[in-house]
Write a protein that binds this ligand. Structure first.
Ligand SMILES: NC(=O)c1ccc[n+]([C@@H]2O[C@H](COP(=O)([O-])OP(=O)(O)OC[C@H]3O[C@@H](n4cnc5c(N)ncnc54)[C@H](OP(=O)(O)O)[C@@H]3O)[C@@H](O)[C@H]2O)c1
Length: 202
């Protein structure tokens, strides 16, 4: 796709606002919306990439609101698998795989859930570049999201197929424990130390 993609940000809370800020600074055309069903559909139709930044329990409603507009597009799942404050993911099926079942015609990509909102506009925590783990089954869609993450400032790491969201969602829960139960705060970030060579740089 020539130039920067149009990004429809579904959810304009902590995460939606931070990603909007980072992507806008990087030159993307971003429009964000909260719980306004008619506008959700309009934006999803407009966007080349759709970012789903709603609470875990709202995914089904948002998918319904977007309808067939998501067909063939990357649908970026930033949710952490939380229901009533407890982990709602699993080793047999991740929330992202559930989302792919809800949105069969979209190309679901798990990304950004292992970062906290305060780090999402720059891809940095305490002045250091952190990792955006990106899992998905469609190579082209994953490449678009890797590029988005890199453009914000993250080190974008291909974390394999969508099934690996099972482990990314568990890592998200560890981060939540570290930030809130153990008290490290949400300015923390995770960085993978790696050889740059095996990673594709779209
Ligand atoms: N906060 C973090 O640091 C962080 C980090 C990683 C992952 N996450 C995940 O990212 C997601 C968003 O978190 P957040 O902290 O940004 O939450 P938030 O501040 O509560 O924002 C949620 C947003 O989703 C919107 N929304 C809710 N239901 C919707 C629907 N059916 N259709 C369209 N929009 C809808 C809300 O709109 P209204 O305000 O109009 O209701 C609001 O704009 C969650 O799944 C969370 O687990 C969060």
């Amino acid at each position: 796709m020539p130039g920067r993609a149009k990004v429809a940000m579904i959810g304009d809370g902590n995460v939606g606002s931070a990603l909007t800020k980072g992507l806008t600074r990087a030159g993307y055309d971003v429009q964000a919306v909260g719980r306004v069903p008619s506008r959700v559909r309009e934006l999803a139709e407009w966007g080349d990439i759709i970012v789903l930044a709603v609470p875990f329990g709202e995914r089904e409603n948002a998918v319904e609101e977007m309808g067939d507009t998501i067909e063939g597009k990357p649908l970026v799942d930033v949710t952490n698998a939380l229901a009533g404050g407890s982990y709602a993911g699993g080793v047999d099926k991740s929330g992202a795989e559930q989302l792919q079942e809800m949105a069969r015609k979209a190309k679901v990509i798990k990304a950004f859930n292992t970062a906290f909102a305060p780090t999402m506009s720059t891809g940095q925590a305490h002045g250091e570049r952190i990792t955006a783990f990106i899992a998905g089954d469609d190579a082209e869609a994953k490449g678009m999201v890797q590029r988005m993450a890199t453009d914000i400032g993250f080190d974008a790491v291909d974390a394999g197929p969508l099934q690996n969201a099972r482990w990314l969602e568990a890592l998200g829960m560890l981060n939540i424990q570290l930030a809130y139960a153990i008290g490290m705060g949400n300015a923390i970030g995770t960085r993978l130390i790696h050889d740059a060579k095996p990673q594709r740089r779209p």
